[in-house]
Design a protein around this ligand. Sequence first.
Ligand SMILES: Cc1cc2nc3c(=O)[nH]c(=O)nc-3n(C[C@H](O)[C@H](O)[C@H](O)COP(=O)(O)OP(=O)(O)OC[C@H]3O[C@@H](n4cnc5c(N)ncnc54)[C@H](O)[C@@H]3O)c2cc1C
Ligand code: FES
Length: 300
Amino acid sequence: MSNCSTTGPGELAASFYADAARQHRVTITENVPLARDTWRVRFECPAIARTVVPGQFLMLRLPAGNDPLLARPLALYDTVLDAKGQPTGVDVAYLVVGKMTARLSELRAGDELDVWGPLGNGFAAEPVDHLVMVAGGIGQTPFLALGREYAGRRRYGNPPRSVVPAKAVTLCYGVRTVDYLAGEQDFAAAGVEVRVTSNDGSVGRQGLVTAEVDAVLDEAAAAGHSVRLVCCGPEPMMEAVAELAAARQVACQVSLETPMACGIGACFSCVVKVRQPEGDWDYKRTCVEGPVFDAEKIVW
Ligand SMILES: Cc1cc2nc3c(=O)[nH]c(=O)nc-3n(C[C@H](O)[C@H](O)[C@H](O)COP(=O)(O)OP(=O)(O)OC[C@H]3O[C@@H](n4cnc5c(N)ncnc54)[C@H](O)[C@@H]3O)c2cc1C
Ligand code: FES
């Protein structure tokens, strides 16, 4: 008789398990620079393109060799449609920060990648008058597909999820300098209003992105619009946006970029402290219970 026991209902329950994810060997069709140290890689993968929803991510691994050994998590930037309007391709936008992203930026059309996904829970699809997306640095990547979806331009998932188009979709996008401003035209073409801030004033309003968020929230309140915030970027910036949302009583979701080893719920390397209904906190895995969480639940 075996000593093993199976996990009972409710234990280790995740809102999204990786069961639907598959591993694919894909061929790169494009790998192009978007801004300083910032690239967009495109590959054909109809199985992921048809099923992925905004806010989900993929694990990308270089198939040639074991260095780096581990795959890296990267958000869906957007899907790419074929001539018949069917999603067949996937775009991922990335900042070169270390070994994997540096090597990825050297790959060209015809090179291969190992990709598994779609992974994670994705953003809520609830209706709202004004969706305000707040990005710091490369944190803009999960918002292109979400913005396009809320602008009523594309549906995602299988079956395609229904999102009531918002009256307004805004990206408040904070960058260090103009050199790092990546994909502004992609957002504009998707029907998203883009408001940029920069640390040095080289583009947009000089200062922190939170000042721009405050201004947008004031305008939405004056228009009588319901608002929801979604946020992704460096942790101090997400914490500041979470505090701002709490102070103004606006719903806010954050997409965390916790480092991950497996991406499928097995290794527990990606845990974050999440408040429980009883008032204490417990660890949750960003890869299967996130990466999108209600901001008020995160213990920063
Ligand atoms: C769900 C999710 C989605 C993501 N989406 C994107 C995306 O769309 N585009 C993108 O460019 N990046 C994204 N990231 C972050 C990306 O996974 C890391 O930057 C990745 O580690 C880069 O791999 P690398 O080998 O180039 O660098 P590494 O060798 O892994 O790291 C290089 C340096 O960055 C630091 N570092 C690595 N990861 C993090 C982190 N999460 N937070 C703070 N410091 C870190 C390391 O300590 C090291 O100093 C995402 C992360 C998650 C969890
Ligand atoms: S990355 Fe392994 S459990 Fe989340």
